[in-house]
Design a protein around this ligand. Structure first.
Ligand code: ZN
Length: 283
């Protein structure tokens, strides 16, 4: 991927600070809205609202040159996400407000509770922040066998920014209302969750298309590396690995094929109106 070191993406880098050092108060009183992960899984099992029983402190350390470079890249991509979404929103008569981006490793505090080790990147609607767990990319490579490139990181960031776009458009709130109403079965809510995730993949593809058209960022193999990552963490792939069989009703993020399909649909059209996953999947 081609990028220049011209930053300004609203990034807070918490890597190397020592995980237990940051203890926020009053998190338990916050209403935890839908928290949207890149990976499948049950958020309540990994997000703790109690700061007293927080994770053990990790050592403070210097970041390596490679880690600093990837931090600069995320900062730059944050800015290019903002530029692209400002355009899309303004084309539709709306104003875009960028999210905050927090880089962390293993654990950190968020407006949605304490992020525990190995939960991966997520978006927290309560503080409109994208939390990029940078230790996730080692996991993606080692455990899920995906080849991680700079564009893999950019795609995951764009997916989480896609959840921020859903929050600005009111989609997150609608899904949250459905969940709270108690009128929908678990299987129905899982299908809603799949539609939410696939739309974030669609938005990531749309972002890649429009940013490449303006900044010429893509190199051969980049799109394939995003597809590989999306496929590696498809629900069917994760379930096959963890339980040995696939149960489609319990999908929360979509199958490998669906994640690829919607990312590519966003990439091929670059048109936000084509991204109504809810209409297409919930009929
Ligand atoms: Zn997601």
């Amino acid at each position: 991927m081609r990028w220049t070191d011209d930053r300004g993406g609203n990034v807070e880098d918490r890597r190397g600070l020592g995980g237990g050092a940051v203890v926020g108060g009053g998190l338990g009183t916050l209403i935890i809205a839908a928290i949207i992960f890149f990976l499948g899984g049950d958020p309540s099992s990994i997000l703790s609202s109690s700061s007293s029983s927080g994770p053990a402190p990790t050592e403070q350390r210097e970041l390596s040159a490679e880690e600093r470079k990837i931090g600069e890249m995320v900062d730059m991509m944050g800015k290019w996400n903002t530029i692209t979404w400002e355009q899309v929103f303004s084309e539709n008569g709306m104003t875009y407000e960028p999210p905050k981006i927090v880089l962390f490793e293993n654990t950190t505090q968020s407006g949605c509770g304490t992020a525990q080790a190995a939960m991966g990147p997520f978006y927290c609607p309560a503080d409109q922040s994208v939390y990029m767990d940078m230790s996730f990319f080692n996991e993606l490579q080692q455990r899920f066998g995906a080849k991680v490139t700079e564009f893999t990181v950019a795609y995951v960031l764009a997916h989480e920014v896609g959840h921020h776009v859903q929050t600005l458009l009111g989609t997150t709130q609608k899904v949250d209302q459905m969940r709270r109403s108690g009128q929908y079965s678990e299987a129905e809510m899982n299908r809603v969750s799949v539609a939410t995730e696939l739309q974030a993949d669609f938005y990531a593809g749309l972002w890649a298309k429009r940013t490449d058209a303006e900044k010429n960022i893509l190199e051969p193999g980049d799109i394939q590396s995003a597809i590989d990552a999306a496929e590696a963490v498809g629900d069917d792939n994760i379930q096959k690995r963890s339980q040995g069989y696939v149960n489609q009703e319990s999908f929360t993020h979509g199958s490998s094929a669906q994640r690829k399909e919607w990312f590519m649909k966003g990439y091929n059209t670059g048109d936000i109106r084509q991204g109504d996953t809810f209409n297409q999947l919930l009929r």
